[in-house]
Design a protein around this ligand. Structure first.
Ligand SMILES: Cc1cc2nc3c(=O)[nH]c(=O)nc-3n(C[C@H](O)[C@H](O)[C@H](O)COP(=O)(O)OP(=O)(O)OC[C@H]3O[C@@H](n4cnc5c(N)ncnc54)[C@H](O)[C@@H]3O)c2cc1C
Length: 493
């Protein structure tokens, strides 16, 4: 499918503005870029304030310093308002990112003639004016019609010349189920299952998990945050036990680049997570793709992995079972919501759900980091003239998006929308290296060195072992079934 140049799209005007979906870090950066070029712009935000999604994980400290979290053009706009820039070498939490940067930026943008931000407006549909996706003639000469819905349910329509979708992926967290759908029983036991990173410094949250047997599913930076939080809790409440469920056959590459990561705090997070595992509070179970969540007779949860179907003459085997679980924390990543773009023409990679032109550079099988080269309109424009995906959503299901990548994306996109192709094609960014940019390996491939957590062809029952600090984490054979125990204890990683 060909991706047209933006020259065939309409130019934003007061009657037909540029519409940006999402008042997150990248949507607001797009608005700042548009404002600096004098383009009339409307930002549509589902939440009731700027940075609604960032606020939802506001207790998490970012691994990027302030200097990488502020868009350069937004900074110029803010500077003119007397805004005090945070210490460029400091590391904010999500809430600090919102309160010290995103909220003042939204206010500064709203004070300009060019930008209007409409809160409580969820975009639920995008079409070409009066046309569905099938009608091909003269689409580029027609405006977009954007359908929005307010919390009370009222629907409105707005026409626009161009559209930048910076709506992120935060609101579409992946399920616990290994095949991308809810595991059997996942919804029934929802009261014991949490999605995302809990705030373990909140006494109510700490009480919920302290002394419990907690299963953590997922292997990215969010999972590392959870392991570190639970590891700290286990030092205070020795009965706290953690079982870490990962799809991959090993965890050697799960901790990032460590000292080699040019993002110092991201490297440190990986090292801390590794320590939480080696300290003994965490039992690792590899090659686990959750199929079922059930209630056991003892009132605890039992998680079962999809059965191994076997290959060739190899017999199939029952799935691994993890018993005795009180709580589950799911940090299995995010996926983009393209449902409201169903009436416009997209060119998305079949695996990642990211723009095809970008997908090859961000696939987690060979990019576990920010090793993507800086890019902009050329990779992000869609076959639908004037439509661009940007920010976290542009990475689809890939996990390695960095805000500074997004700032460069929208600089280029807005330049193209404004007709400044030379600026759109220019690269103005150097991204940090992570020390693990050779790739993390295929999800289901064997680890390079076999790892310490190899799979077993046998069905396994895994029971969370003794409390941290009292003895080594145990993963022993089940007396009940005689099945071979799996997973890996303190030596893992
Ligand atoms: C826990 C965590 C830590 C991170 N740490 C870092 C870090 O240290 N450094 C770094 O560079 N990156 C980090 N990231 C990655 C990334 O920079 C952030 O996720 C960033 O918030 C992405 O910005 P965004 O604007 O693309 O999306 P979001 O921040 O998700 O903003 C999207 C906005 O769109 C709104 N929205 C969604 N759907 C609709 C709709 N249909 N209609 C209208 N509005 C809608 C949402 O309410 C939200 O306000 C982190 C991500 C997470 C989750």
């Amino acid at each position: 499918m060909s991706t047209p140049s933006a020259s065939s799209a309409l130019t934003p005007s007061p009657d037909l503005p540029l519409v940006v979906v999402g008042a997150g870090p990248i949507g607001l950066a797009a608005a700042a870029q548009a404002q600096s070029r004098g383009l009339p712009t409307v930002v549509l935000e589902a939440g009731d304030s700027a940075g609604a999604s960032v606020r939802a994980w506001g207790h998490v400290r970012l691994f990027s310093p302030w200097r990488e979290l502020i868009d350069p053009v937004a900074e110029e706009l803010l500077a003119a308002t007397g805004w005090t820039s945070p210490d460029p070498d400091g590391y904010p939490t999500g809430v600090e990112w919102v309160e010290q940067y995103l909220a003042p930026l939204a206010a500064a943008l709203e004070a300009t003639d060019e930008v209007e931000i409409r809160y409580g407006q969820r975009v639920v549909g995008v079409a070409r004016y009066g046309r569905d996706r099938l009608v091909a003639a003269d689409r580029e000469q027609l405006p977009f019609t954007i359908h929005t819905q307010a919390p009370a349910g009222a629907r409105t329509r707005l026409n626009s010349a161009s559209l930048v979708d910076a709506s992120g992926t935060w609101t579409h967290q992946n399920w616990l189920g290994g095949d991308g759908y809810p595991a059997a029983g996942e919804n029934e036991h929802a009261e014991r299952i949490t999605y995302g990173i809990p705030d373990f410094t909140d006494p109510a949250v700490a009480t919920r998990y302290a002394g419990k047997r907690v299963a953590v599913a997922g292997a990215g930076a969010s999972a590392q945050n959870v392991l570190v939080g639970l590891g700290a809790l286990a030092k205070e409440q020795l009965e706290t036990r953690v079982i870490w469920l990962v799809r991959r056959p090993g965890t050697d590459d799960a901790f990032g680049g460590g000292d080699n990561d040019q993002l110092e705090q991201r490297g440190a997070l990986g090292s801390s997570a590794k320590r939480a595992v080696t300290d003994g509070a965490v039992t690792v179970v590899t090659s686990f793709r959750t199929s079922d969540v059930e209630l056991s007779e003892d009132g605890r949860l039992r998680l079962t992995s999809f059965a191994d179907l076997g290959a060739g003459d190899a017999p199939s085997a029952d799935g691994k079972v993890v018993d005795g679980v009180d709580e589950v924390i799911v940090v299995t990543g995010f996926r983009p919501d393209h449902s409201w773009l169903s009436q416009v023409q997209l060119d998305l990679d079949g695996e990642l759900d990211a723009p095809t032109q970008l997908a090859g550079e961000i696939h987690p099988a060979w990019h576990s980091c920010g090793s993507v080269s800086p890019h902009g309109a050329d990779r992000l424009r869609q076959p639908e003239p004037g439509l661009y995906l940007a920010g976290m959503k542009s990475y689809g299901r890939a996990p390695s998006f960095l805000a500074m990548t997004g700032f460069e994306q929208v600089r280029s996109i807005v330049a193209e929308i404004a007709g400044d192709q030379e600026a759109a094609d220019r690269v103005e960014l150097v991204l940090p290296d992570t020390g693990v940019c050779g790739g993390s390996g295929l999800f289901d491939g064997a680890p390079a060195d076999g790892g310490c957590c190899g799979t077993s062809a046998e069905p396994e029952l895994i029971t969370i072992g003794a409390p941290a600090g009292t003895s080594v984490a145990q993963v022993g054979p089940s007396e009940e079934t005689g099945a071979v125990a799996g997973g890996c204890g303190p030596s893992c990683g």
